[in-house]
Design a protein around this ligand. Structure first.
Ligand code: KG4
Ligand code: ZN
Length: 314
């Protein structure tokens, strides 16, 4: 079964063609980073307008690279939420139009289900049940996944998402947007144990997250530091911030593994590109007798292929 997957939930216009929910024939992403960069974050109205410009060429490119035409498709999957409403509407109505004109059936997909299932685009896939941590610009969610379509939410962020914290800290540090990549790069030159930023655990056994206090702590530190710079570098601040986020994500994911007695941990979402997170998570999972599964970066960040995977199982 061949599906075209389309995602326009945030600032990437993306489309991919996937066979049987497993093998990607193409995955095309048109990034809007250049458009939003001067604003230090995604401007929803600009995102919608960019999607309108790019949706047709991106889908055509995805079909061309996969060497399939509309007639070869068994289905079209499109993200229906969560995301920026104006941005979502562009992909949804484009997909409805193509479906109506071509007669290819359409299925609506939850963006987070796409992130959870993106690992199925890789050769090595986990057995059910597994624990999934989806960490992106909009979400920090822990799930217990018993099967395709069976997701129990174990915990989520009560305020900022992990990626949002990276983006905001990058902005106040003058590192620009998007923040995750910028902070990871600068953190490589710094010491993560230089500053002890807070870690919010929200009580024993809690699988929820909170990153807004951390963001405020970094912001306050930066104000004092700018007035009285000492031997602490911006790299130290970035590394110490990253260390704090990684500590909490790893501890909570391991706690979820223990609580559920699961043997596999799956990462997804843009923050799952972070090498420091992957390395620490892998080491801790091994200690727990569990195995870590991480999609390659192109399938961690928003993409159409993961939407085709989720659509196939729907
Ligand atoms: O999944 P995604 O592409 O879009 C959403 O659904 O939000 O995730 C984007 C988020 C951004 O906040 C970005 O700063 C973060 O993922 N991110 C990273 C890294 N690469 C992207 N965060 C930390 N380290 C990275 N290497
Ligand atoms: Zn996403």
């Amino acid at each position: 079964m061949i599906l075209l997957g389309i995602d326009t939930s945030c600032d990437d216009t993306s489309a991919g063609v996937v066979v049987d929910g497993r093998r990607a024939l193409s995955n095309v992403v048109h990034s809007q980073v250049e458009i939003h960069h001067p604003h230090g974050g995604v401007v929803p109205e600009l995102a919608s307008r960019e999607h309108i410009k790019n949706i047709m060429p991106v889908v055509e490119e995805a079909l061309n690279r996969a060497k399939v035409g509309l007639r070869d498709l068994d289905g079209i999957a499109v993200t229906i939420g969560p995301g920026l409403v104006g941005a979502l509407l562009v992909g949804l109505y484009y997909a409805k139009g193509v479906s109506y004109a071509s007669g290819v059936p359409l299925v609506g997909v939850n963006h987070l289900e796409g992130h959870i299932l993106s690992i199925f685009l890789e050769d090595q896939v986990p057995d059910f049940p597994f624990v999934a941590l989806t960490v992106s610009g909009g979400h920090t969610n822990l799930y217990y996944v018993e099967d395709f379509g069976q997701y129990a939410l174990l915990g989520q962020t009560l305020d900022d998402a992990a990626g949002e914290a990276f983006d905001k800290v990058a902005k106040i540090s003058g590192l620009g947007y998007p923040g995750g990549v910028a902070i990871e790069r600068v953190a490589r030159q710094g010491r993560g144990d230089r500053i002890r930023f807070p870690r919010a655990y929200l009580g024993k056994g809690s699988l929820d997250f909170s990153f807004s206090g951390l963001k405020t702590a970094v912001s306050l530190f930066m104000k004092n530091w700018e007035d009285h710079p000492d031997d602490v570098t911006l790299a130290d601040i970035g590394a110490s911030f990253q260390e704090s986020v990684v500590d909490v994500l790893v501890d909570k994911a391991v706690l979820a593994l223990r609580q559920k007695g699961a043997a596999a941990l799956v990462l997804g979402g843009g923050v799952a590109c972070n090498q420091s997170l992957i390395e620490r998570m892998k080491a801790r999972a091994v200690e727990e007798g569990a195995r870590l599964y991480t999609p390659r970066p192109e399938y961690c960040t928003d993409n159409g292929a993961m939407i085709a995977v989720a659509g196939y199982h729907r």
